[in-house]
Design a protein around this ligand. Structure first.
Ligand code: GCU
Length: 410
C-alpha cells in the first residue's frame, strides 16, 4: 500500500527551497474572467467563491450538502490514565438522516471545571481507542476496517519508534495542562479509508446530479466532518466556539487545510506533513506524483484530479492556503520526508502570503525553511526527521496555538 512512499528517494534529506520562479498561477492575478485582485474585500467576495468552486470541480469533488448533525449518544468515559486531570466523554454523531445513518464517534476531553476553553479538533489514523492512553475498552473502535497495526496495542511501541511518539494520538495531558480542550475522531468511521469500501459512502454524500468527474472525494468528506464536529460541540459551555483549531497529519492534514479553506468558523489550522493534495503544489516535480497519489488512493479526490491538463493545473494549492487568510495556519514538515515535498509547501506558503498581506496581516515572514516563526499567521517548520508525529512537533503545535488562540490563565 505504501510501497512508493518507502523508497530511499522518499526519505532523502531536504535542502533549502530554491524559489527561482514564482509559483504559478499568480494568486492575485486574473482568474478565468475575474479581474486581478487588490483588496481583501475583492478577495473574499469575488475570488474566494470562484476558487472554492474550482477546487471542488478539479481536485476534491463536491462538498456534501450542509447538514445539522444529530447527537445520537453522549456518555462519560473513565480513562484511568487521565486521572483527575481531565473529563472525557464519547459523543456519537450522525451525519445523514436515513434509518441507518452514517455516523462517527468523537472523544471530547476537557480540563475539569473549565469554561470557554479553546478547542483542538484532531482526526486520528487508527481510531479513537488507539488514540486514548491505555486503549480503554469503553472507547469505541473504528466503524470501518483500519490497518492491521492499528488494531493491536502490542504494535504501539513499534509504530511510535518508526512514526513518532504521537502517531496514534495527541499528548492529551500536555494539551489539557496548557488549558486547551481536545476532541478527536476517526474520519474513516464515515468514509472508509479504502478504495473498495469508500465509494458506497461517497455515493451517499455526493450531492445529487454531480457529474462523475466531480464526485465527492474522501478528503472533502473528512474536511466536512471537521465542520460537523464543530456543529456538534460548539454550543457546549466548556468550549469557546471562537477559538476552535483543527489538526491533521498527512492525509488528515490535507483534510484540515480543506476544512480551513471552506469553513470560516475555524480559527486556526495545523496541517502536518500534508503533502500532495495538501499544502504541496500539484505542479511540482518533487515528492509523490499526481499519478502515484491518484492511482494509489482513487477514493481521496474527485476523478478529475487524475487528469492533469497539459498546461498544468489552472489553480494550485497556494490558492487553497490563501482561502484560509487571514486566519492562522501552521504547516509542519520533516527534513527527511521528501515524499511530502516540503519545498513546494514552503513555496506555496510564500505565494499565499500575498493574500494575508491584503488583509494587513503578517502572513509569512520567514525566508528560509528552517527558521520558523510560530507567531506568523502563515507559519512553516522543518524539523529533523521523517514522516510522523513527534514530541518536537507537539511542542511547536502548542507554541503556535499559544501565539494565536492562547487559553485564559489557568
Ligand atoms: C501516503 C500518501 C500520502 C499521505 C500519506 C499519509 O504516503 O502517499 O499522500 O499523505 O500516505 O497519509 O500518511
Amino acid at each position: 500500500m505504501f510501497a512508493s512512499a518507502c523508497t530511499p528517494a522518499a526519505f532523502r534529506r531536504v535542502g533549502e527551497a530554491v524559489a527561482d520562479t514564482p509559483v504559478q498561477p499568480d494568486v492575485l492575478g486574473p482568474f478565468n474572467s475575474d479581474a486581478p485582485i487588490d483588496t481583501a474585500q475583492a478577495w473574499s467576495e469575488r475570488r474566494a467563491p470562484l476558487l472554492r468552486e474550482a477546487f471542488q470541480e478539479r481536485v476534491y469533488g463536491r462538498m456534501p450538502a450542509a447538514y445539522a448533525p444529530r447527537i445520537l449518544e453522549r456518555k462519560p468515559l473513565e480513562i484511568r490514565a487521565l486521572g483527575d486531570a481531565a473529563i472525557a466523554e464519547q459523543w456519537t454523531i450522525a451525519v445523514t438522516d436515513d434509518p441507518d445513518p452514517l455516523k462517527f464517534n468523537l472523544v471530547l476531553v476537557t480540563p475539569p471545571n473549565t469554561v470557554a476553553a479553546p478547542l483542538i479538533i484532531a482526526e486520528v489514523f487508527c481510531g479513537n481507542r488507539a488514540a486514548t492512553p491505555g486503549r480503554p475498552a469503553a472507547v469505541a473502535e473504528p466503524l470501518t476496517p483500519v490497518m492491521y497495526p492499528c488494531r493491536h496495542g502490542w504494535t504501539d511501541p513499534i509504530a511510535e519508534a518508526v512514526l513518532g511518539r504521537y502517531i496514534n494520538g495527541a499528548p492529551i495531558l500536555d494539551v489539557i495542562g496548557r488549558g486547551y480542550a481536545l476532541a478527536y475522531f476517526y474520519p474513516g468511521d464515515v468514509v472508509a479509508d479504502d478504495a473498495e469500501l469508500a465509494p458506497a459512502a461517497l455515493a451517499r454524500l455526493t450531492p445529487p446530479d454531480t457529474p462523475e468527474d466531480q464526485r465527492t472525494g474522501a478528503i472533502a468528506v473528512w474536511a466536512w466532518l471537521f465542520s460537523r464536529a464543530i456543529d456538534a460541540v460548539q454550543a457546549d459551555p466548556r468550549i469557546d466556539a471562537a477559538r476552535i483549531a483543527v489538526w491533521g497529519h498527512s492525509r488528515h492534514g490535507k483534510a484540515a487545510i480543506v476544512a480551513g479553506a471552506f469553513d470560516e468558523r475555524i480559527a486556526a489550522i495545523i496541517a502536518h506533513q500534508s503533502g500532495r493534495g495538501g499544502a504541496s503544489l500539484a505542479n511540482s516535480e518533487e515528492g509523490e506524483t499526481l499519478e502515484q497519489i491518484t492511482s494509489e488512493y482513487p477514493h481521496w479526490f474527485a476523478p478529475a484530479f487524475a487528469h492533469l491538463p497539459a498546461a498544468g493545473y489552472p489553480i494550485d494549492q497556494h490558492a487553497l492556503l490563501g482561502l484560509i487568510a487571514p486566519r492562522p495556519v501552521l504547516l509542519g514538515n520533516g527534513d527527511h520526508d521528501a515524499w511530502s515535498d516540503p519545498h513546494s509547501a514552503f513555496r506555496a506558503a510564500q505565494a499565499a502570503s500575498r493574500v494575508y498581506a491584503l488583509f494587513g496581516d503578517r502572513g509569512m515572514t520567514q525566508s528560509a525553511m528552517r527558521t520558523e516563526s510560530v507567531e506568523d499567521d502563515l507559519s512553516f517548520f522543518l524539523r529533523p526527521g521523517r514522516h510522523g508525529v513527534t514530541t518536537e512537533d507537539w511542542r511547536l503545535f502548542l507554541q503556535f496555538l499559544d501565539a494565536h488562540l492562547k487559553p485564559d490563565e489557568i
